[in-house]
Structure formats: structure tokens, C-alpha cells
Design a protein around this ligand. Structure first.
Ligand code: PLP
Length: 411
């Protein structure tokens, strides 16, 4: 593709104007929005206001006057729009890990005659660890984890399975599950589904209500751009609400927190999944970050995401210089999320060399370089330039420089 072709793509991009809303550092091509989304101007403004005015001036009265107390709901409802969920089913709180724990216990309670949590063996580790934690606490008789390769999931759906726990977009290779089809298959076997949408929310059109999804969780800090360690979210379909409790009965999930009763009475609805006091700085940042999505057509977002990943993949496959790289991400756009993963024997060095040149990517052990494309702030020019840098680094074997072998704690 020529420079003129790339310029034409950017000129015709209906989302191009959104980049103006982000504070991207000069001279960098940021391709790590699948790990930590970029800072947007509304977030910067909001954080300044929360710190100076709401906390600094209004102090504790802000719980009422600035509606801090309802932020988990307000933010949850903004996320619900992106998930295709009607009101009253999404709340923003805690982390993906903690929300998984709460919902897995709920699912087991909803399925008294079944004891297996079925998952994919290369699911994100926290999903598996938390399932193992639930099993450890409840005991093997009540809950056991079955992890199988992706291709064996359907065969593993038997009458013992209570819950199918899957991540829509795999963090390593970017492969995407068809939520609607898999959910339908699980339901046909009496199995509930819990989807991890960490790499989906904000970049893939979702229709959780229409697909009859039972439960879902996701991250605020990736494609939603809520900031480092932003709160996560959970979705629980209305039909499953109020039937069972949740295992982490914190005071803000109580029906009347300020009655300070000695005994726990869960709030009605998804609000019972709140635990302790929410981090208002992080929650406010996420709230403001979501304003950038207001009125966006998620199909347009998906279309740009697919076009960007295709441009990058085609460039890698079309160049003999990249022969050492294996494209792990599915070649069919409908089967991948918004990242491209390349396997390379010196992947860590390749990632570090790219970062030094200003192309921010990340590395996943043992041999993967991930390129995350955010349709809200990445341009086609970013994609083309990143590709040129990659090809140069490969051609010059720059990744072999000893300084690129030094491993940092976070990769
Ligand atoms: C698929 C997936 N699930 C869960 C997590 C972790 O979520 P948290 O740190 O909010 O518990 C990540 C983090 O990258 C992830 O990629």
C-alpha cells in the first residue's frame, strides 16, 4: 500500500476526528490500547475537577452533592450501552478478577445440581486462577474446574457443567469467540455462560441481552480508556437477579448501607455486587472516558479496527523480511479482535526495539509481540508507520542489541 493509499484511508475515516480528544505523546505510535488505553482530554479535565473541587473543596459532602455514591451505577449504565444491555444489569466495581469470583459463585448457586466450571486452557490466567479459588473454597464436591483446549469446548459441555467461563478475545493470539453461537450451544445443555470482555468492550459491538448472555465482566482500563487500574464492570442478566446472594457481602451491597444493621441484607438488583467503598478518582476517570463513546456507532468502530488489523497483517505477510514472524492472529477479520500477535524467536527484543523507536507494543511470554489497534485514536498512518519500523528492525536485526534483552518486571 502506498503513502497516498494510506492518506486516502485516513481522509475517508469517519472516526478520524476522535483522535483530537486524546492526549497522545509526540513522536510515539501507541499500539498498546489493549493493555492500557490512552488518556483523553475529558478524563484530564475531570480528574483536575474531582481533585480540586469535589475532593478539595466539597470534601465529604461530594458523596451526595457530586453524586459519588451513584457513580458505580452511572458508569455501569454508560458501559451497558456498549454491551447491548438494558438498564439495571451492569455495575462498575472492583477488578475483573474479583467480579469473576462473585459471579462464578452466583452461577454455582443458580445451578445446584451441577459442579463444573468449564473453561479454555489458554484463557487469561486470572480467570483460571479465580475458578480454582472458587473450587478450593467450596471443595471439589461442589465445584471443580475443567480446562480444555478451545477445540474441545463443545464436546466438554456435559450435564455436570454449571458454568462456561470464556474470554471473547484471547489475550495471546487475539482469536475471537462467537458469543451468540457459543452461548446458544451452552444453553441447549443447561449451562450458564460467563464472558470475560476485557478485550472486547469499547471495540467490538456487543448485544448481551439479545444473545441471552447470563453474565459478563470486563476491564475499564483497556479499550474503554479509564486509566491505569480503572474499575472493572460486571453484567448480570435481569432474569438471574435477586435469586441468590453474592459471596463478598460488603456494606455497599447492602439494601440500606446507612442503616448500619448488624446483619447483611442484599440490595435488590445488580447493586448487591458492590462491596466496599469505590475508588472515586478511578471511577470518575472512567466515567469521563466513556463520554468519548457517546453517540458512536460501534459497527463503524469495528469496521475500522478490522481494516487496521488487516492492513498490518497484509503488510507482514507480504514482506519476505518478516519471514521469521508467524502471524498468530486469525487471518479472517471476523475471527479476531483488535490486536495482531506475531510470534518471533526474539520477540522480547523485537518489542523493546520497537518501543525504543517510539512504537509502543507489548510482549507476552514466551514469544509474542502484541500490536493493539484502537480505532478511536490510531490512524491508518500509525499502522503503516509501525509496520515500516518493524520491517526495519527485522531487516537490521536490531532486536539482537544486548540492551533489548534486559527484562523489566512488566512486559
Ligand atoms: C482477558 C483478561 N481478563 C482479565 C484481566 C485482568 O483483569 P483485572 O486486573 O482487572 O483483574 C486481563 C488483563 O489484562 C485480561 O486480559
Amino acid at each position: 500500500m502506498t503513502v497516498a493509499d494510506v492518506s486516502r484511508l485516513d481522509a475517508a475515516d469517519p472516526l478520524a476526528g476522535l483522535r483530537q480528544q486524546f492526549l497522545l505523546p509526540e513522536g510515539k505510535i501507541y499500539l498498546d490500547g489493549n493493555s492500557l488505553g490512552a488518556l483523553s482530554k475529558p478524563v484530564q479535565v475531570r480528574l483536575e475537577n474531582v481533585v480540586r473541587q469535589e475532593w478539595g473543596r466539597d470534601l465529604i459532602s461530594s458523596w451526595n452533592s457530586n453524586d459519588w455514591i451513584n457513580l458505580p451505577v452511572t458508569v455501569g449504565e454508560k458501559i451497558a450501552v456498549l454491551l447491548g444491555a438494558a438498564a439495571g444489569q451492569v455495575i462498575s466495581c472492583d477488578t475483573v478478577s474479583v467480579n469473576l469470583f462473585k459471579l462464578m459463585v452466583t452461577a454455582l448457586e443458580l445451578q445446584p445440581g451441577r459442579r463444573i466450571i468449564l473453561t479454555q486452557e489458554d484463557n487469561f490466567p486470572t480467570d483460571i486462577y479465580m475458578a480454582q479459588a472458587v473450587s478450593g473454597l467450596l471443595g471439589e464436591q461442589r465445584c471443580s474446574v475443567r480446562s480444555v483446549p478451545a477445540e474441545d469446548i463443545v464436546d466438554a459441555m456435559d450435564t455436570e457443567v454449571a458454568l462456561l467461563l470464556l474470554t471473547q478475545v484471547n489475550f495471546r493470539d487475539g482469536r475471537l469467540h462467537d458469543i451468540e453461537a457459543v452461548t446458544r450451544m451452552a444453553h441447549a445443555k443447561g449451562i450458564l455462560v460467563l464472558w470475560d470482555l476485557a478485550h472486547s468492550a469499547g471495540v467490538i459491538p456487543l448485544e448481551l441481552d439479545r444473545w441471552q448472555v447470563d453474565m459478563a465482566v470486563g476491564c475499564g482500563y483497556k479499550f474503554l480508556n479509564g486509566g491505569p487500574g480503572a474499575p472493572g464492570f460486571l453484567y448480570l442478566a435481569e432474569r438471574h437477579q435477586n435469586q441468590v446472594g453474592q459471596p463478598l457481602s460488603g456494606w455497599l451491597g447492602h439494601a440500606e448501607p446507612f442503616a448500619f444493621e448488624p446483619g447483611y441484607r442484599p440490595a435488590r438488583g445488580v447493586g448487591r455486587y458492590l462491596g466496599g467503598t469505590p475508588g472515586i478518582l478511578g471511577m470518575s476517570a472512567l466515567d469521563a472516558a466513556l463520554d468519548v463513546f457517546a453517540g458512536l456507532d460501534m459497527c463503524e468502530v469495528r469496521q475500522k479496527s478490522s481494516a487496521m488489523t488487516a492492513l498490518f497483517i497484509d503488510g507482514v505477510l507480504g514482506s519476505p523480511i518478516a519471514d521469521d514472524c508467524r502471524v498468530l492472529t486469525p487471518l479472517a477479520a471476523t475471527e479476531r479482535g483488535s490486536q495482531v500477535s506475531l510470534a518471533h524467536p526474539q520477540a522480547y527484543g523485537v518489542a523493546q526495539a520497537l518501543i525504543e523507536t517510539g512504537v509502543v507494543v507489548d510482549f507476552r511470554a514466551p514469544d509474542i509481540v502484541r500490536f493493539g489497534f484502537s480505532p478511536l485514536y490510531n490512524s491508518y498512518r500509525d499502522v503503516a508507520d509501525a509496520l515500516q519500523h518493524l520491517l526495519r528492525i527485522l531487516a537490521e536485526r536490531e532486536y539482537l542489541q544486548p540492551r533489548f534483552a534486559i527484562r523489566a518486571k512488566v512486559t
